[in-house]
Design a protein around this ligand. Structure first.
Ligand code: AMP
Length: 430
């Protein structure tokens, strides 16, 4: 039943094209479990948290199911907050880029007249918060008679926020024969009661973890803003004087973008992803093995075939989608009896994932301070001082001393000359 590639899901060409553009290489575990059931028309309970790819797990089959020629609302998604409603609408919008499906997020606090205007024109997938959806039902500005798929996203959150009654009223406005999908991070009793009352023979999908052992290694995470990640990666590579590292991204697109950024900054780098031909991959791997490439940027799929000794650091540039991939990724370092290092970049909304990983692996991941730009500069200046000392010790400085003497004639002190040279050296190596 499980599908390990998007091809196995036999999606329509328009969806496949959008997925490819988004750079998704393979379905996440929750997607490969849930999508086939949802496509079959089954009711599904998905136990999954944010960050696991749950939106696409229901968004992809929802888009497959919608008849774009009919203007009627065919899918309704309920979310606890306006932020989530917007996020879900964005994600489904991107996936549905080539399907011509009309999507709208409706939530409280936004001008209702504008929403009504758009709804009148015909929206096939409506994503909303319970209060506002109910408001539209009562005003008769949202007709749910043709809804075939009803999705409750983050159902536990919605119940915690007191939306039970609103949800029940909305259920009453949707035809009996609809398909009901419920996603929830936790499965407390009230959720089970809800599914019993409204779902028909639901299939429960969750990702079951295999028991794993994590090699003895240094693990740390850094809380970062998304847009700062490339800068921070460079700083860390400089400070730790890394000569061989593997950097994991979640999408092919991110791999390409990051490789370009690193190349532009003068790093020896290349990328690996599933779209590359075997001989291209082997070429990149060969260069990584012999040190021509110091930073290898890869997706999980591409990294599966990597067998390189002496990778000093694994960076999780993007947080892995589930705990198991974290273990697979960091297992790439610290081979041949050495202790490896795994550094993970975490954005504020992903912190909970670090906790889950620690629980799952029963290891400690330390929170470390992001090195500042001046830390990186200090480090480079120290390295430079060391090299200068070595060069002086080696001697043979005759003609260089002559040039320095000429610079001193220009009204500079020897301290000025040295400081100027350090400044040039450091800015050239930025
Ligand atoms: P979600 O759990 O829906 O909040 O998704 C978390 C992030 O994962 C979103 O930015 C998605 O665009 C991304 N995502 C979803 N599916 C995949 C996939 N198969 N491969 C890579 N990234 C994905």
């Amino acid at each position: 039943m499980e599908s390990s590639t998007f091809k196995d899901l036999y999606l329509s060409r328009n969806l496949e094209k959008a997925i490819k553009e988004l750079g998704f290489e393979e379905p996440t575990p929750i997607q490969s479990k849930a999508i086939p059931f949802i496509l079959e028309g089954r009711d599904v309970i998905g136990q999954a948290q944010t960050g696991t790819g749950k939106t696409a797990a229901f968004g992809i089959p929802a888009l497959e199911m919608v008849n774009s020629r009919s203007k009627k609302t065919q899918v309704l998604v309920l979310c606890p907050t306006r932020e989530l409603a917007n996020q879900v609408a964005d994600e489904i919008g991107k996936l549905g880029k080539y399907t011509g499906t009309k999507i709208l997020a409706v939530y409280g606090g936004q001008n209702i007249d504008r929403q009504i205007k758009v709804l009148k024109r015909g929206v096939q997938i409506v994503i909303g918060t319970p209060g506002r959806v109910l408001d539209h039902i009562e005003r008769k500005t949202l007709n749910l008679n043709s809804v075939q798929m009803f999705v409750l996203d983050e159902a536990d959150e919605m119940l915690d926020m007191g939306f039970r009654e609103d949800i029940e009223s909305i259920f009453a406005s949707i035809p009996e024969g609809r398909q009901t999908i419920l996603f929830s991070a936790t499965m407390p009793k009230p959720i089970m009661k809800l599914t019993k009352k409204y779902q028909q023979n639901p299939e429960l999908v969750k990702t079951i973890h295999k028991v794993v052992t994590v090699p003895n290694m240094e693990q740390a995470y850094f809380e970062v803003k998304h847009h700062m990640k490339p800068d921070i990666l460079c700083r860390m590579i400089d400070i730790h004087d890394v000569k061989s590292c593997l950097v994991f991204c979640n999408t092919k697109k991110m791999v390409d973008e990051l490789v370009l950024k690193l190349k532009n900054r003068g790093y020896l780098t290349d990328g690996l992803h599933g779209d590359m031909k075997q001989n291209q991959r082997e070429k990149v791997m060969g260069s990584f093995r012999n040190g021509e490439i110091e930073i290898l940027v890869a997706t999980d799929v591409a990294a599966r075939g990597i067998d390189v000794e002496n990778i000093e650091v694994v960076f999780n540039f993007d947080m892995p989608q589930d705990e198991e991939s974290y273990v697979h990724r960091i297992g790439r370092t610290g081979r041949a009896g050495r202790q490896g290092i795994a550094f993970t970049f975490v954005t504020a909304r992903e912190i909970y994932k670090i906790k889950n990983i620690q629980k799952y692996t029963r290891t400690k991941i330390k929170c470390r301070k992001v090195p500042t730009r001046s830390d990186a500069e200090d480090f480079k200046a120290n390295m430079l001082a060391k090299r200068v000392k070595e060069t002086v010790d080696e001697g043979h400085l005759g003609k260089y001393i002559h040039w320095v003497e000429k610079m001193l004639d220009e009204d500079c002190t020897s301290m000025d000359v040295a400081a100027g040279l350090v400044k040039i050296m450091l800015s050239e190596n930025k």
